[in-house]
Ligand binder design. Structure first.
Ligand code: F6P
Length: 359
């Protein structure tokens, strides 16, 4: 019997279990077996940390957040270090993991991960492994796919938070600043802010001037709009051009966070209005996936199984123009998709009077 291995790698994201459900269901129909490796690539290290997955094991997981297989963004297989530098996974680690692959007779390994994990997958593919990639990120910043599962759930969490912040902001006539995730891309901030009725949205892609934002808030005040909702992306840069960080990971990658407090402090000083900051943090990654993320994850999983059956290794599942397809992994990694300041969606935000801090 042919066997598909599957692992989740990097940060978790709502919809991972939907992918597992899709792979297991489709593989079963193909007459293939599925083995799930625990905690990312680490599960491949001898003696192997894995479980056989049959359709009965995936009953009810579609709606669950997180991943039943566990994941990690640390360990022996990290490809991206520091400022996006690419590290090679050491030969002896690759050789050890290969032993597990061979012992279990894995014919295709589905790697569900973001840019870093897919970069590891690409190295392994180039070393002859039967790799199939599935893109995963709440940040929605992979250029080779128009959309990834997890993003919609994160945006929904931002919208829910803004709905809640709005009532307290109105009651106290305050400015509320909400810091959201997204790393160096502003998609979560832009979509969440627009859908949640934010008045100000500050993005990594659009340099902002807090004096302009303060003027905007004061103008609102004069027009009788006494509260203001500000969304700031964690990867936005303060006017001095600096990222706001809370140190770095063990791999030397910066950990973003803290810009919300800084923006709130500056706006309070500039406007004289009472201002509070709220950081949404990992709430954006947790909880049940939305319906869209469930179906996207499921379709991605089915496509991954199909690519395995076709022997289409080195390819990554990709969503393009309303259908699920695939692209070469090497075309998908190291190419972030950022918000285009001149795009229609940014213009739409401006057209309805949202301040992006640039005008
Ligand atoms: O890439 C997903 C993401 O949630 C980013 O938006 C965020 O900056 C980062 O991961 C947080 O990572 P960690 O879980 O390691 O704190």
């Amino acid at each position: 019997m042919k066997r598909i291995g599957i692992l989740n790698s990097g940060g978790d994201c709502p919809g991972l279990n939907a992918v597992i459900h899709g792979v297991v269901g489709a593989a079963d129909q193909m007459g293939w077996e599925v083995i799930g490796f625990r905690d990312g690539f680490e599960g491949l290290l001898p003696p192997g940390n894995f479980t056989y997955l049959k359709p009965k094991d995936t009953i009810g997981i579609l709606k669950l957040g997180g991943t039943i297989l566990g994941t990690t963004n640390k360990g022996h297989f990290v490809a991206k270090v520091g400022k996006g530098d690419i590290a090679k996974v050491p030969d002896e680690i690759v050789a050890q993991a290969k032993q597990t692959m061979d012992l279990l007779g894995i014919d295709a390994l589905v790697v569900v991960g973001g840019d870093g994990s897919l970069t590891t997958g690409l190295q392994l593919f180039r070393e002859g492994w039967p790799i199939i990639g599935v893109p995963k990120t709440i940040d929605n910043d992979l250029s080779a796919t128009a959309f990834t599962f997890g993003f919609d759930s994160a945006v929904s969490t931002v919208v829910d938070a803004l709905d809640r912040l709005n009532t307290t902001a109105e009651s106290h006539k305050r400015v509320m600043v909400l810091e959201v995730m997204g790393r160096h891309a502003g998609w979560i901030a832009l979509w969440g802010g627009m859908a949640g009725g934010a008045n100000v949205i500050l993005l990594p892609e659009i340099p902002f001037d807090l004096n302009r934002v303060a003027k905007f808030i004061k103008r609102r005040q004069m027009q009788g709009q006494l509260s203001t909702l500000v969304v700031v992306a964690e990867g936005a840069k303060m006017p001095d051009g600096e990222l706001v960080t809370v140190g770095s990971t063990t791999q030397g990658e910066v950990r973003l966070g803290g810009i919300g407090e800084q923006v709130a402090h500056a706006l309070e000083k500039l406007t004289g209005k009472e201002t509070r900051a709220c950081t949404l943090g990992h709430l954006q990654r947790g909880g049940s996936p939305t319906a869209l993320d469930r179906i996207t994850g499921l379709r991605f999983g089915v496509m991954a199984a199909k690519l395995a059956a076709e022997g289409a290794f080195g390819r990554m599942v990709s969503y393009q123009a309303y259908h699920v397809d695939s692209v070469l992994i090497e075309e998908a990694v190291n190419c972030l998709r950022l918000v285009d300041p001149n795009s229609e969606v940014v213009q739409a935000a401006k057209a309805v009077g949202i301040c992006l801090g640039d005008q």
